[in-house]
Ligand binder design. Structure first.
Ligand code: FES
Length: 152
């Protein structure tokens, strides 16, 4: 293992984008903050009124801009304030995973997390599990194959 490998494998902090429904999930994030509960750094939250507002383009754009993982944080299907957000989120999730697969990106880098209102403990546990899974250092297989130019 070279110094570069050590640096990459020990200091890697995944960049995560979380699309968050305003109701259950965002309330959970706020309550977690009020209660001074810790959650992983490196998460950028984007608030939506409902996961039903999400489309596949937003998810793919997050990956294009360098996200290591994308979370969809919303209400359980029966709790959606707009009734169909849960079903729409499932549909978009399936479409996005299909495209990620075609692009050679691990589908597990995308997750839907449904959180009931008032369960910020569950929210943080699931978010932490997701971030830990994404953050497990995996050497980029392309890096090993790349030829290093020698100084002239
Ligand atoms: Fe939360 Fe629809 S209102 S997913």
């Amino acid at each position: 293992m070279t110094k570069l490998d050590e640096y990459i494998t020990t200091d890697f902090e995944p960049r995560i984008v979380g699309f968050v429904c305003n109701w259950s999930a965002y309330s959970g994030v706020e309550m977690a903050g009020i209660n001074k509960m810790e959650y992983p750094a490196g998460i950028n939250l984007i608030r939506l009124m409902c996961l039903g507002r999400l489309n596949i383009g937003l998810i793919l754009k997050a990956f294009e801009l360098g996200a290591d993982g994308v979370m969809l944080l919303g209400c359980p299907p029966d709790d959606c304030h707009y009734e169909c957000g849960g079903a729409k989120a499932q549909e978009v999730l399936a479409q996005a995973k299909g495209v990620l697969n075609l692009l050679g990106i691990d589908q597990n880098r995308l997750a839907l997390i449904e959180v009931p209102l008032g369960r910020e403990d569950l929210l943080l546990r699931q978010v932490s599990t997701f971030v830990k899974r994404i953050g497990k250092p995996k050497p980029n297989s392309r890096r090993r194959k790349a030829k290093v130019a020698s100084p002239v």
